[in-house]
Design a protein around this ligand. Structure first.
Ligand code: KIV
Ligand code: ZN
Length: 528
């Protein structure tokens, strides 16, 4: 068949299962509040993700509320909760999903010899029985049940055949075989699916699914190899977020399948134009910046620096570009607004970027920040608007500490000194103004020390990173500050055209997160 004929041949549907809010959120420091989860879920729904895994309902009250809120907010996508193959987990997942239009319970148990022996301390027969019981139990609550064999890529073939056949007979509609530790290699992992699908007598009664971790940088390659070998659901995350080296990245899977229609026998229903705005939202909520050379969503993904490339692209785009930047949501006309733009135009642009403000107060706050920025900067870009939205939504964390002002002395040959003014809420809910100064090895160091002189949090600074949101020296800097206080890890983010100010805002945001009862409760439930 010619490549054009192959491209138009009837394709199978590839189900896109996004686990940014569950496996993605398990990266240390990436924890999200309930409202942040809902915002991301709404973007995923708009992008037409088929299944959104919203959390692990039994893990903590915060996780439960996150799943419940997403289940209530999302109508078009299936909403899923993870559950170990035990009764209390299934019941909690079912409760959290009660209001979902299309609920799914995703239950799992480890199947590799090493996990069964050391982690579960269960005989293989007992593992099969427990999986079957859990699937039947879950089917009593919802019709759509997924079963995962944790560490499948290191499990024995005969045992996988046995447990999967039993799981399908018990009512699982989707069978997920994760490469939990990122150990798989594309040829071997793909062959595992082919052999299982060919050998399990009832394999045609379920959709096979892949879930890959990126420890060896092979998560996307392994997932695509699985697709070539009969898999019709891919579990993935925005920006490849996830535990350790992350999960397979949604944008790379979707664009590989779309760009190489000539070889992949599947198509997704993803509205690819929403990929970049969603990537930005996830980066801004989690504080995990996207590296510039990241495929599809990195700032350089479509930038042709070399003269020879630029010349080729100008003469004929396809000489060097295999995808169109606008197809994944990079906008050509990136200068959108300036200081004369009105509220309606700003609101409309926010909406195009997938940002909706649920109260007039939030829109007002965003518009005020826009005006302040437009006064400092001639051109306000989409990235700036995303950062503004991030800061406005960050307000949903209670503000025990408010950053008020900053004065920095920075002069060659003189030790930098910062004076910070803050407001701190006392036990009666009143804000009291406090000011402190400190010297430091640089302006940011002096600023953080001055804040600590006021707050005395004793938190440990684990990460400090600055990203220019757009090009140019008048660009906003977005700063991420990761603090660790007795094992509770949070990421604070702040944006400003002055990066020392952005740093102070990020530090204060992190301090507020550490004070937030929602965040503290979540970490306590994880045993911290
Ligand atoms: O990586 C993994 O095995 C998982 C399962 C719980 C699906 O995340
Ligand atoms: Zn995983």
């Amino acid at each position: 068949m010619s490549s054009a004929a192959e491209a138009t041949a009837k394709k199978d549907k590839l189900v896109i299962f996004d686990t940014t809010l569950r496996d993605g959120e398990q990266s240390p420091g990436a924890s999200m509040t309930r409202d942040e989860k809902v915002r991301i879920a709404k973007m995923l729904e708009k992008m037409r993700v088929d299944v959104i895994e919203a959390g692990f309902a039994i893990a903590s009250p915060g996780d439960f509320e996150g799943v419940q809120a997403v289940a209530r907010a999302v109508k078009e996508s299936t909403v899923c909760s993870l559950a170990r193959a035990v009764g209390p987990d299934i019941i909690r997942a079912a409760e959290a999903l009660k209001d979902a239009a299309s609920p799914r319970i995703h239950t799992f148990i480890a199947t590799s010899p090493i996990h069964m022996k050391y982690k579960l301390q269960l005989a293989p027969e007992r593992v099969v029985e427990q999986a079957v019981e859990a699937i039947k139990h879950a089917r009593n609550h919802v019709p759509d049940v997924e079963f995962s064999c944790e560490d499948a890529s290191r499990s024995e073939f005969e045992f996988l055949c046995r447990i999967i056949e039993a799981a399908i007979n018990a009512g699982a509609r989707t069978i997920n075989l994760p490469d939990t530790v990122g150990y798989g290699e594309p040829g071997e992992y793909g062959a595992m699916f082919k052999r299982l699908i060919e050998n399990i007598p009832n394999s045609d009664k379920a959709i096979f699914s892949t879930h890959c971790h990126n420890d060896l940088g092979l998560a996307v390659a392994n997932s695509l190899s699985a697709v070539m070998n009969g898999v019709r659901q891919v579990e993935c995350t925005i920006n490849g977020l996830g535990e350790r080296a992350g999960n397979a990245s949604l944008e790379e899977i979707v664009m590989a399948v779309r760009t190489r229609k000539d070889i992949f026998p599947v198509e997704t229903g993803i509205v690819t134009e929403h990929i970049v705005p969603t990537s930005r939202l996830v980066a801004s909520v989690t504080g995990f910046a996207v590296q510039p050379n990241k495929a599809v969503v990195g700032a350089n993904a479509f930038a042709h620096e070399a003269g020879i490339h630029q010349d080729g692209v100008l003469k004929h785009r396809e000489t060097y570009e295999i995808m169109r930047a606008q197809d994944v949501g990079w906008v050509n006309n990136r200068i959108v607004l300036g200081k004369h733009s009105g509220r309606a135009a700003v609101k409309a642009r926010f909406e195009e970027l997938g940002v909706t403000f649920d109260s007039p107060a939030a829109l007002n706050a965003a518009f005020e920040r826009f005006k302040e920025l437009a006064d400092k900067k001639k051109e306000v870009f989409d990235e700036d608007l995303q950062a503004i939205a991030g800061r406005v939504f960050a307000k949903d964390v209670e503000e025990t500490f408010q950053f008020k002002s900053l004065e920095v002395l920075s002069k060659t040959g003189v030790v930098p000194k910062a004076t910070v003014e803050m407001s701190i809420r006392d036990d009666d809910g009143e804000y009291v103004s406090r000011t402190a100064s400190s010297e430091g090895s640089g302006p940011v160091d002096a600023t953080f020390k001055a804040i600590e002189n006021i707050v005395q949090s004793g938190a440990d600074l684990q990460l400090y990173s600055v990203n220019a949101i757009t090009q140019g020296t008048d660009s906003m800097g977005e700063v991420t500050v990761r603090l660790d206080k007795d094992g509770t890890i949070v990421n604070g983010v702040g944006a400003d055209t002055d990066i020392v100010c952005a740093s102070a805002k990020a530090y204060v945001h992190a301090l507020n997160l550490l004070k937030s009862p929602e965040v503290r409760l979540r970490w306590q439930e994880y045993g911290v």
